[in-house]
Write a protein that binds this ligand. Sequence first.
Ligand SMILES: Cc1ncc(COP(=O)(O)O)c(C=O)c1O
Length: 383
Amino acid sequence: MKELSKKIRNAPKSKIRELFDLAAGRSDVISLGIGQPDFSTPQPAIEGNINALNNKVTYYAPTKGVPELLQQLENKLKTVNNIETTWKDNIILTNGGSQALSLAFASIFNPGDEIVISSPNFISYFYLSAFFDLKIIEIERKNDFRPDIEKIKNSITEKTKAVLINSPNNPTGYSLDINELQEVVEIVKNNDLYLISDEVYENYLYDNSKHTSPASLKDMFERTITLNAMSKLYSATGFRLGYVAANKEIIDTMEKYHQYTVAGTNHAAQYGFLEALKMDTSFFNDILKSFDERRLLAYNRLIEMGFEVVKPKGAFYIMPKIINFKLTGAEFSKRVMKDQAVAIVPGNVFGSYSEYMLRMSYATKMDKLEEAMDRIEKFTKTI
Ligand SMILES: Cc1ncc(COP(=O)(O)O)c(C=O)c1O
């Protein structure tokens, strides 16, 4: 048989999936591997979806999304993110944040272009770059996970097309402060680049950290691709709904790709998203409080155990460094699963500079998280 796609076959199978494979068939496993909140999807989202199905909304939706939802998103972008859009021109609905990312890549890049990201960073950026024949320029984060602005600046070449930021960040939990964001924005403007801003964790912020959308800053809307999703705020990863806000030319380009690859998103689910967006986000206050308690528990316990840990400012991940234990993240992850049935993602999944790190998600109930920490502690005593 003739050879299948090199690009796609060369991408390794997700290490996170491998971890789940190791856990398969074991009922004693506690997973700190999952990137999905553990609270229930708010009822209005579910009812909006069911009602739409009962009303026989079972046919193709408009490619960019149903107007009511796009209008609601226009309103959300204005009131929450301070981004001025026109729903007809500047917003497209996607299949989750994941497809928002692939549309961003498909619409602005040509083969050979360079994309700059801080590393460690979210896994998909690496493989999307490979699928779209880009050169990925990984800039190692500083010790406390802040971006290395000087190195980013020095990495820009004629071929650089975009900088990608994800704040709050998966996997580090880092959240950019306004000064750092301004510095990134200056680099983008001074070099005539695009900025891809992945904001799927915008609501998960602690210790008074604030989120600023770069598209709200002066002269930035035209060159920023803002992407977000229903997944994390509404604990609705299975709805597979997300969106992009960008200038009209970019959205028109995305619409073409969208048309010929997925022909739109789930029609009935869009009404679920619509109802979710109409909710007062105060429903999230108690949830955030609970995530904050888990964050502090994970942080304190890991410090006690002798890990080097940066206190996360956002999202629901913590990324301890395991230099003291003289194991790579991959070895640690495999052994702690085998010995103590705790699923933890090895740091090397998230780039070239995190081999001696682990990523843990604390989106799990407090008692489970405590038990997981007890087990990890037991394991560390055996190393
Ligand atoms: C940083 C980041 N961006 C995008 C996504 C994809 O989001 P979705 O599940 O909505 O496709 C994730 C999912 O974990 C993520 O962590």
